[in-house]
Design a protein around this ligand. Structure first.
Ligand code: FAD
Length: 409
């Protein structure tokens, strides 16, 4: 692995590195600098050290023949026999990136039951995949990330994909790091923007950093595959493909243009997980699947105004979401929190009420098709992403809206 190292002969213990470090990755003890577990090898201290005592060691994998790697893979999660929506969202983005790079887009999927396995593969082909690599095996029933990681790594080692994308679902967050460690490559979690540097084949992976106060673009220049996770709702699925798939119920006559290849899981591997029971932590449907969302922020003033906001959501046939301070205040459940540390949403209509539009919140609403924002401050950042701006008091505006909508019911 690469890492920061200290040349003790040169180090004078001046502490400039400690003051430069933003992650508490280095400390001075006994007049010498020591690297801590928090070091992220960003190299800032290396540049700052006045006596050249610090360096970043590159690992042996660096400098491998990157030209041997090709194709972009999307790992497509299957839940209870159905493709996770994020799989189709990533296929749409993957198609765009693969076209820019001039490479093939492959859907990679594993599921326990043969039922729906063909329909799922066809859905990926009709979403733009040039081919599907699939494993149908009863041992995958428990969604054991370790088993999946073994299968994906075996595939990646022989076929050498240049890029792999994963959904940042609970399962994807477990799987992708395991694959990254086994393959000795990098992983950027929770990307909100993905672009391809066509010349170098470098995936530009952008995500919020330093508490969401800036956006960092991360690349993986010396290892392959380059890997990223993306939360559900950040990208949009190709509506044509989704319609085609829905129209034929996922049947196999959807203008297939690629092959489906079955690749077995290694014999002798057994799941280490046993599922004893399932409990839905959200207590129902997630707000991520709602077509209409009313998202409320601190500007609604008081918890007693929540029922009015919920009524607006219901009259519009939608659900209620919120900003983080409302969760912290105990007004709303965490499952309703929209943003960087909550969920990403992609409704057709999002009505934002009394929300300032902090960058950490905006990170979760980029997929919304149309945004109407209500805020009493005309300079509120939320208006920068809104299609329609209503400057006014949250309760007054929503009260008037609810009255009108009630009259129409
Ligand atoms: C690491 C990190 C992660 C975070 N993750 C998230 C996240 O996932 N989701 C999230 O939401 N936040 C997140 N935050 C918090 C985020 O930075 C903001 O603090 C938060 O989004 C602000 O919530 P708000 O808009 O409800 O409140 P405020 O910022 O207080 O804004 C309230 C808004 O209401 C308006 N207003 C006031 N009175 C009225 C009225 N009577 N009528 C109409 N408008 C009114 C004000 O003009 C203001 O714009 C995170 C922060 C950090 C550091």
């Amino acid at each position: 692995m690469s890492g920061l190292s200290v040349n003790a002969d040169k180090c004078v213990g001046c502490g400039i590195c400690v003051r430069t470090c933003a992650s508490e990755g280095i400390e001075v003890a006994g007049r010498k600098a020591h690297v801590t577990d928090s070091c992220i090898s960003c190299g800032m201290c290396v540049d700052a050290c006045p006596v050249g005592a610090l360096s970043i060691e590159k690992d042996a994998g660096a400098g491998a023949d990157l030209s041997a790697y090709h194709d972009l893979w999307v790992f497509c999660e299957v839940d209870d026999g159905a493709l996770a929506p994020v799989a189709l969202e990533l296929m749409a983005k993957g198609r765009e990136l693969a076209d820019a790079r001039g490479c093939r887009l492959m859907g990679v999927m594993g599921q326990a039951d043969a039922t729906d396995a063909d329909a799922n593969a066809q859905a990926l082909l009709s979403s733009g995949a040039d081919g599907v690599i699939r494993c149908v095996d009863g041992r995958l029933r428990t969604n054991d990330a370790e088993l999946f990681a073994r299968w994906v790594c075996d595939l990646a080692e022989t076929r050498r994909p240049e890029t792999i994308l994963y959904g940042a679902t609970d399962f994807g967050r477990e799987l992708a790091p395991q694959v990254a460690v086994r393959l000795g490559t990098g992983l950027t979690a929770d990307c909100t923007v993905l672009e391809m540097d066509v010349e170098q084949g470098l995936l530009q992976q952008t995500r919020p950093a330093f508490g969401g106060n800036l956006m960092a673009t991360i690349v993986c220049p010396t290892h392959r595959p380059q890997m990223a996770t993306v939360r559900p709702g950040v990208f949009q699925a190709n509506p044509d493909a989704a319609e085609k798939t829905a129209a034929c119920g996922g049947a196999t006559d959807v203008s297939p243009h690629g092959a489906v290849e079955d690749v077995a899981l290694e014999a002798g591997l057994e799941p280490s997980l046993r599922v004893l029971g399932r409990e839905d932590a959200t207590g129902g449907d997630s707000i991520t699947s709602a077509d209409v969302l009313v998202v409320v922020g601190r500007g609604i003033g008081s918890k007693k105004n929540l029922p009015l906001m919920r009524e607006l959501a219901e009259l519009l046939g939608g659900r209620l979401g919120c900003t983080r301070p409302l969760v912290e205040a105990g007004w709303c459940d965490y499952s309703c929190q929209v943003g960087q540390t909550g969920v990403s949403v992609a409704p057709k209509l999002l009505v934002s009420v009394g929300v300032s539009g902090a960058i950490q919140h905006l990170a979760g609403i980029g997929g919304a098709e149309r945004v109407i924002a209500v805020n009493e401050d005309p300079a509120a950042p939320i208006f920068g992403v809104a299609d329609h701006a209503v400057v006014g008091d949250a309760v007054e505006v929503v009260g008037a809206l609810v009255e009108r909508l009630r009259a129409r019911v």
